[in-house]
Write a protein that binds this ligand. Structure first.
Ligand SMILES: *Cc1c(COP(=O)(O)O)cnc(C)c1O
Length: 399
């Protein structure tokens, strides 16, 4: 443990204390596996919160990154580069949107969508300036900026960080009637996650997103889905909204869009919505940079070439069914879609953290979310044998 303790000591000395990581120091990753500084091997069932759908250091993505690094890495949007147009074309063709605006982190893409919706409300819907309202869901997670935590319903995410950005109304997640009642003439958008990942892998009732789609169209409101965690194959569809056939007006992507090697996010929409942005209205120094676009392009190609969506669907179904077979006195519920799976621990047995710590000792990395739920979300490149190996460890800890 000597090296591990040394590394952690430096973090404790010099880092802000804004995380509570498991006590493992990772030195190397490859595919679904990571290795710590003591030479121990673990299966990564967190995938950096679904940013590693393509696995660690996918050779094609690393290759694209290295090749681009040998040419040019950053131009800023003051000039054009070779890679951005091709990447956005691929992204739009794959997703069925007309336009994309590239940013870096998920939170930035969410902020971009909020700005687009507000300005769309003013210019296209005729909502008076500074009066646009956005409806969000309780228990949401969309990132950590001041505006985004302004509409979080998690007290800890907000405490001490006010004053907050106005213009948001929260309604219970999964409740279409509450959503309808919250719509006013000044509503410009509804912003939601199709499955609340950080909220505890909460799947809304079937038909909820379809109802949201219908309400948004009927009231001339933009439906905006944050698929930063659920998108790009994670749930067994390219996007989770496909289960409800409810394509949003604005789609927000991040995490796996950068293939696990580079922060790449984007807001996607019709040209009509994207047109609200003119030169100087919005931007980012690194957004659309050559390295990110090269990684993003390869990340999308890997999803297609390796049929990661179909893998997530088939293997996710198998994984969930096998988890349900485990006779555990601790488990309240197994839920999720594709390879985004939550196992909720009964409250009387305490939080999920000790279970994650025990799994770590057995070589399986995962993290509790919302205290009582263990999230299993391995890279979509995982094999059935690796799932069987994991199930053995999970059964050991849960029985
Ligand atoms: C992770 C996440 C974000 C924030 O992304 P960052 O890159 O951490 O800013 C936003 N929304 C959802 C649903 C996420 O899972």
């Amino acid at each position: 443990m000597a090296r591990t303790d040394e590394f952690i000591r430096d973090v404790e000395l010099y880092s802000a204390n804004n995380y509570f990581p498991l006590p493992i120091v990772i030195e190397k990753g490859e595919g679904v596996w990571v290795y710590d500084v003591e030479g121990r091997k673990y299966l990564d069932m967190l995938s950096a919160y679904s940013a590693l759908n393509q696995g660690h250091r996918h050779p094609k993505i690393i290759g694209a990154l290295l090749e681009q690094a040998g040419k040019v890495t950053l131009t800023s949007r003051a000039f054009h580069n070779e890679t951005m147009g091709a990447f956005l074309k691929k992204l739009c063709q794959m997703t069925g949107y007309e336009k994309a605006l590239p940013m870096n982190t998920g939170a930035e893409a969410v902020e971009t969508a909020i700005k687009a919706a507000r300005k769309w409300g003013l210019l296209k819907k005729g909502v008076p300036e500074n009066q646009g309202e956005i409806i969000v869901c309780e228990n949401n997670f969309h990132g950590r900026t001041v505006t985004i935590v302004s509409f979080s319903t998690e007290e800890q995410y907000r405490y001490g960080f006010g004053p907050f950005t106005p213009g948001f109304t929260a309604v219970p997640f999964g409740d279409a009637d509450a959503l309808e009642q919250a719509i006013t003439e000044n509503t410009v958008a509804i912003l939601a996650e199709p499955i609340q990942g950080e909220g505890g892998v909460l799947v809304p009732p079937e038909g909820y997103l379809a109802k949201m789609r219908e309400l948004a169209s009927r009231h001339n409101v933009l439906m905006m889905l944050d698929e930063i965690q659920t998108g790009l194959g994670r749930t067994g569809r390219l996007f989770a909204y496909e289960y409800d056939d409810a394509k949003p007006d604005v789609l927000i992507l991040g995490k796996a869009l950068g293939g696990g090697v580079y922060p790449v996010s984007a807001m996607l929409s019709s040209a009509d919505v994207m047109d609200v942005f003119g030169p100087g209205d919005h931007g980012s120094t690194f957004g659309g940079n050559p390295l990110g676009c090269a990684a993003g392009m390869a990340a999308l190609q890997v999803i297609e070439e390796e049929s990661l969506v179909e893998r997530a669907f088939t293997l996710g179904k198998y994984f969930r069914e096998e988890l349900e077979k485990i006779q555990s006195p601790y488990v309240q519920e197994v839920r999720g879609k594709g390879l985004l799976i939550g196992v909720e621990i009964k409250k009387e047995h305490g939080t999920a953290r000790p279970f994650c710590e025990r799994l770590m000792k057995l070589g399986l990395l995962c993290k509790e979310t919302h205290d009582y739920t263990i999230r299993f979300a391995p890279p979509l490149t995982i094999t059935k044998d690796e799932i069987d190996w994991s199930l053995e460890k999970i059964a050991q800890v849960l029985t």
